[in-house]
Ligand binder design. Sequence first.
Ligand code: CAA
Length: 260
Amino acid sequence: ATSEKLVLSERHGPVLVLTLNRPKALNALSSPLFGELNKEFDAAQRDDAVRAVVLTGGEKVFAAGADIKEMKDKTLAQSYKENYLASWAKITDFTKPVVGAVNGYALGGGCELAMMCDILLASPTATFGQPEITLGILPGAGGTQRLTHLVGKARAMDIVLTGRKVKADEAERIGLVSRIVQGDGKECVAEAVKVATLIAGYGGIAVQAAKEAVNAANNLPLNEGLRLERRLFHAMFGTADQKEGMAAFAEKRKPSFSHL
Ligand code: CAA
């Protein structure tokens, strides 16, 4: 039914949990689904009470890629004029931390979406891959770029040109995921909420600056990246959270951050 939400949202204190909810199509990332996801991220960006997001696809599958049935009859002119897939990158403008929890398949666009998360947790069932080559196309939402930054050219070529599946243990070994959470899918999501809650308790400005600085490492030459890091570091001395964090250390108590 059209009224069914394609992205479920649930609050756990300062953490917003977003769950892709199109199970019959293995969470294939249709334009309506991505539209809802972008709306959720827009709202979360504006809501000061949300300090971290967990993104998951549920217990059996993260996402089996872009919606092939939606794509199959597209022409070059259509895809070019609508700048197909450009809207997917909006998530990467989100300034708060995003913890991904992958259970089951994260293929094609699903793998690309997972790689947009800041921290990526995976259960032992997680299976990654960029199978676009098997469909007569190439990855279109970061699979040749983010993947290469994460795992290096040799491994990215192996994954992108063969379309083979990458199981959780290999994904962890090559640096595609941050870590594996043992147990079933529920435990992986619960751990993601725990990690997000921990980060949400830190000073929000410091968290935002740390995310900005780490992301800059992929885009800037080292000297510029180091300069950006140092400038952001200097800026922290203008925040209440720096005063509180260091005063609390000196007074041997827990800090209470105001995110100011
Ligand atoms: N798009 C649309 N529908 C999809 C889909 C997708 N990416 N993946 C799965 N589905 C649908 C299937 O068509 C099927 O629907 P019906 O019941 O109506 O037939 C339903 O989900 C269940 O799928 P399967 O029966 O295939 O399930 P399975 O367990 O046998 O296989 C799978 C699982 C290996 C993930 C298999 O579904 C598969 O290979 N899916 C496609 C993966 C893929 O190629 N992804 C890349 C897409 S292109 C892309 O993402 C471009 C980009 O860079 C952005």
